[in-house]
Design a binder for this molecule. Sequence first.
Ligand code: PEP
Length: 256
Amino acid sequence: MRRALVVGNWKMNLDHVEAVHLTQQLAVILASRPAEHVDVVVAPPFVDLRSVTSVIEAEHSVLEVAAQHVNPRPAGAHTGEIAVPMLTRLRVRWVIVGHSERRTHYGMDDQVVAETARAAVAGGLRAIVCVGEDEDVRARGEHRGFVEAQVLAALSGLSAPEGDVVVAYEPIWAIGTGRTASVADVAEMTEVIRAAVAATGVRGVRVLYGGSVTADNAAELFAADVDGFLVGGASLRAESFAAIVAAGESCYAGGR
Ligand code: PEP
């Protein structure tokens, strides 16, 4: 049976004290309202990872932890960067790869995205690879081909156990803007992504949507045949994030 996946990307928000607080709140909510058909992951800033994993262990919570980025090289002279083994040693299980903010502001091109996905999976992390077009690409009607090319570039030549790769469709015009993509838009693009993934031969890939997902629109968006969501703003408050998880649970509990 398929399981949903809901990932909270905290971006550059919450210091380690605030992160501990939010993690504790989420652990309590998930213990009292178990989401048995949803994998729930939070992606705090690097400096919070140790505290967050400690809280999760102390609370025996089902929550899992992602990093927001990783450098593909194993070690060395890369000031300011973090390597895969540093994350796995902290019991971080996931990593976001190629978020549009990293692609746009920190020069992460398709080749680096592919290298990072390969290094992450080879090192024992599960990679959440982000793809998505900007407003201009969509206005030109080129979004299908653009996103297909991003998926092929990121996954081609990747050898990964089933379930270790996730693709998140995150149209840039929908991120942090309140302009959520329509169910029809998301359904169209998840179909494109699933076909591209099939062509790469990588198996067991869940496809997420991200872009202004909230507690109010999550249930409707699940109708677009997504396996879950990558959530930014709405993941910073325990109740709104838990409500998105609950929408996944209602959708998947009936055996999607
Ligand atoms: C994101 O940062 O990946 C994201 C989808 O943000 P938001 O939910 O705030 O649009």
